[in-house]
Design a protein around this ligand. Structure first.
Ligand code: 4FV
Length: 256
């Protein structure tokens, strides 16, 4: 997979792709990440990439031409067609399902805004999709781009070792993840649940599924509607609703 990132801070994105699973995916040739700086395509002595917003108001807006030139250079750098994604709070929320779809593509071009954002005409002309990583405002699109790169990198075939398999990820089947434990079995903070020491893989799988389901029911009941639930899952949920009444989204460690 090839990911080109249009950003005023290419060194930042390069660093994000240099560590851990992402760095290893790059080393293994499963992923290539290239940065394109609009300032390299800006005209004039000051190489402007931003200007004041029409209609007034605070802040600056990124100009069309430096971005467009950088995008075109990125497109021309490889014959394979690329999907252009603009990371912005106006985008569709990023989900694991969307990550899975994007991870199967050959090329992505990620457009990172700064300041108040970029000229809307550039978005209309060059952007295939807008994605948001959350309902909050960052100072730039580079961190969201790094988030997306990390999420698709670890789904590249061969990026994760067996022990790290993505198959048991959170959201893999639409549920939150179950709790995890490792040595020591006994600690002043508590004991590892017995079933996990039993070697009974069917019982362990049932326990983990029930834990994941209960956490999802308590903390993110909104996810249950989209999750792939089994009849056994539904029976458990009915029993919990019977016992505890409707989930209030408040878990043991979250205010209702
Ligand atoms: C953002 C987000 C985000 C908005 C103005 C960059 C900033 C600045 N991007 N998910 N949340 N972007 O806050 O994707 O240009």
């Amino acid at each position: 997979m090839r990911i080109d990132v249009v950003t005023l801070f290419p060194e930042f994105v390069a660093q994000c792709a240099a560590f851990g699973v992402v760095g290893r995916a790059v080393e293994r040739g499963l992923l290539a990440v290239h940065g394109w700086n609009p300032r390299d395509y800006a005209e004039g002595n000051y190489r402007r990439v931003d200007d004041r917003p029409f209609g007034g108001g605070p802040g600056m807006v990124m100009m069309i031409e430096p971005l467009r030139a950088a995008l075109r250079a990125a497109r021309a750098a490889d014959p394979a067609p690329a999907r252009a994604i603009y990371l912005s709070p106006q985008g569709a929320p990023l989900t694991q399902a969307r990550v899975r779809e994007l991870a199967g593509r050959e090329r992505l071009i990620l457009l990172c805004g700064r300041y108040e954002g970029i000229d809307e005409r550039l978005i209309a002309a060059e952007v295939d999709e807008e994605i948001s990583i959350g309902d909050y405002v960052l100072s730039g699109g580079e961190l969201p781009a790094a988030v997306l790169i990390d999420a698709v990198a670890r789904l590249q075939e061969g990026a994760l070792n067996d022990a790290e398999s993505a198959s048991q990820d959170s959201f893999e089947d639409g549920l939150l993840d179950c709790p995890h434990y490792t040595r020591p079995v006994v600690h002043e903070l508590g004991r590892v649940p017995e079933v996990l020491l039993s070697g009974n893989h069917a019982a362990i799988a049932r326990w983990r599924r029930a834990q994941a389901l209960r956490r999802t029911w308590q903390r993110r009941p909104d996810l249950l509607a989209k999750a792939a639930l089994t009849p056994a899952d539904r029976a458990l949920l009915d029993a919990w609703r019977e016992e505890d009444g409707p989930a209030d989204g408040g878990g043991p460690d979250r205010p209702a």
